[in-house]
Design a protein around this ligand. Structure first.
Ligand code: 4AD
Ligand code: MG
Length: 433
């Protein structure tokens, strides 16, 4: 038997086909049995007629419970009444495994589905999201490689913090204290631009986020890049291009999946077609005041609510730059563009209230300034000596950004919660299965 996928069988539309997969739905009478079969590609209705198969096959078909795995030989033809418009008249049925009674039925609680995540992955919804996620990861690699970037890898066990001590995961390490899971590749990536100049990675990052929100995971996939000789504008341009490239790929490859999960693909088109608005932090404060009567004192970071308001004003991501130094990380370059104490740091805020999808900056080149700011954060500069060497031996203007891949997938798929953007989500309360 030469098996073809269900979508291939539907494409052929007629003639003999051999397909295999899992029972998605089943119902029957004493003469006729309907099975909706599922594989990774699609679903199709299969009919087993008592008179068309052997006695054994008929008996087997009546013992089939949902998620049993089967091989089927039969004739495919058009049938408007069938769920995907085609039907297979079964001539041979081979049961590979009789499933036990499947625990997932209709109308289960979110908690139950999370406990049974390993099974819920088989749902059409999760299958569609996982396909889109795969497109997104593929597109990120494709984009950076097409632009001449090298893929480079930082350690996950790290000895310094980069994005603030409060979200560090401390790990036991043969009795040594001060070993953490990576929050970012950055401090181990900057040293490598002196070797490779343009680098990127897609790797897990870890944040001990105690906040239970719909956009925070404790383990997430982080697409990061770092470039030598780059200006602040170069970094922002790369960010905009990356998002456009990824969304374009999803629109090319995943219209069917977007439909399955109920995401209107039209809502994503402006991101591909339009330039993203670029505003400064100061302009953001003005907009918030003028359009929403929200008064943020200068120097306060933008919170989720404010980011959401800004995202309401546009149908593409919004780029916010020049944040006050005190709300951003120690490595961001003090800006020459303003008399105020701002940094050449940037956040990309997703449309539709999905929050920050990219954070990046030009990097501070002044070693004394970096040491000073590390001190202000309560860090010991000597722990960062390896990093500070990047500013001692041939320092060049450079910068980079990090993109939260699940945040991106969440927005692209318009998910209620970031947890559905990753197969096995990790949050403060959820670390099983
Ligand atoms: O803004 P962040 O903290 O920036 C950095 O880590 C930089 N070192 C990146 C760089 O310049 N190389 O994180 C980057 C992105 C955020 O914009 C957000 O999309 C995502 O990572 N992110 C999270 N995603 C899911 N769950 C969390 N807890 C996240 N924390 C950050
Ligand atoms: Mg950030």
């Amino acid at each position: 038997m030469k098996f073809i996928s269900i979508s291939e069988a539907i494409k052929r539309g007629k003639g003999e086909v051999d397909i295999r997969g899992w029972v998605y739905r089943e119902r029957g009478s004493n003469k006729l049995k309907f099975i909706v079969l599922r594989d990774s590609s699609d679903i199709i209705q299969c009919v087993i007629e008592k008179d068309n198969v052997s006695k054994n096959e008929w008996e087997d078909s009546n013992k089939l419970l949902i998620e049993s795995s089967v091989e089927i030989e039969g004739e495919v033809s058009k049938d408007e009444r069938a769920p995907t418009g085609y039907e297979v008249k079964v001539s041979k049925l081979k049961v590979i495994h009789f499933a036990e009674k499947y625990p997932i039925t209709k109308d289960q609680s979110i908690e139950f589905l999370a406990d049974n995540r390993h099974l819920w992955l088989r749902s059409r919804r999760m299958t569609a999201i996982l396909k889109i996620r795969s497109t997104v990861f593929g597109a990120i690699h494709e984009y950076f490689r097409s632009k001449g970037f090298y893929e480079y890898h930082s350690p996950i066990f790290q000895s310094v913090q980069c994005e603030g001590g409060s979200t560090l995961f401390n790990v036991p390490y043969f009795g040594n204290k001060g070993v953490f899971l990576a929050q970012t590749w950055q401090l181990y990536a900057e040293p490598a631009i002196f070797s490779l100049e343009k680098i990127y990675t897609v790797s897990p990052s870890f944040r001990a986020e105690k906040s239970k929100t719909s956009r925070h995971l404790t383990e997430y996939w982080h697409a990061e890049m770092e470039v030598a000789w780059a200006s602040f504008k170069d970094i922002i341009d790369y960010g905009e291009e990356t998002i456009k490239f990824v969304v374009k790929k999803v629109l090319e490859k995943n219209l069917e999946e977007l439909k399955i999960i109920g995401r209107d693909a039209k809502d994503l088109e402006p991101t591909v077609e339009k330039e993203f608005p670029r505003i400064t932090y100061d302009e953001a404060l003005e907009l918030l005041k003028k359009k929403f009567k929200i008064n943020i004192p200068w120097g306060k970071d933008l919170r989720t609510v404010e980011e959401d308001k800004l995202s309401e004003l546009h149908d593409t991501p919004v780029i916010v730059t020049h944040y006050p130094k005190q709300v951003k990380a120690f490595y961001m370059k003090k800006s020459q563009d303003s008399k105020k104490e701002v940094v050449n740091g940037v956040d990309f805020i997703a449309p539709e209230g999905y929050g920050e999808i990219i954070g990046g900056s030009e990097r501070e080149s002044d070693i004394e300034e970096i040491k000073k700011r590390l001190g202000e954060d309560g860090e010991r500069a000597d722990e960062y000596n390896f990093y500070l060497d990047t500013r001692r031996y041939g320092s060049v203007p450079h910068g980079g950004f990090g993109m939260g891949v699940e945040r991106l997938v969440s927005w692209i798929c318009k998910l209620d919660n970031i947890k559905d953007a990753i197969p096995f989500p990790r949050t403060v309360l959820r670390y099983k299965p």
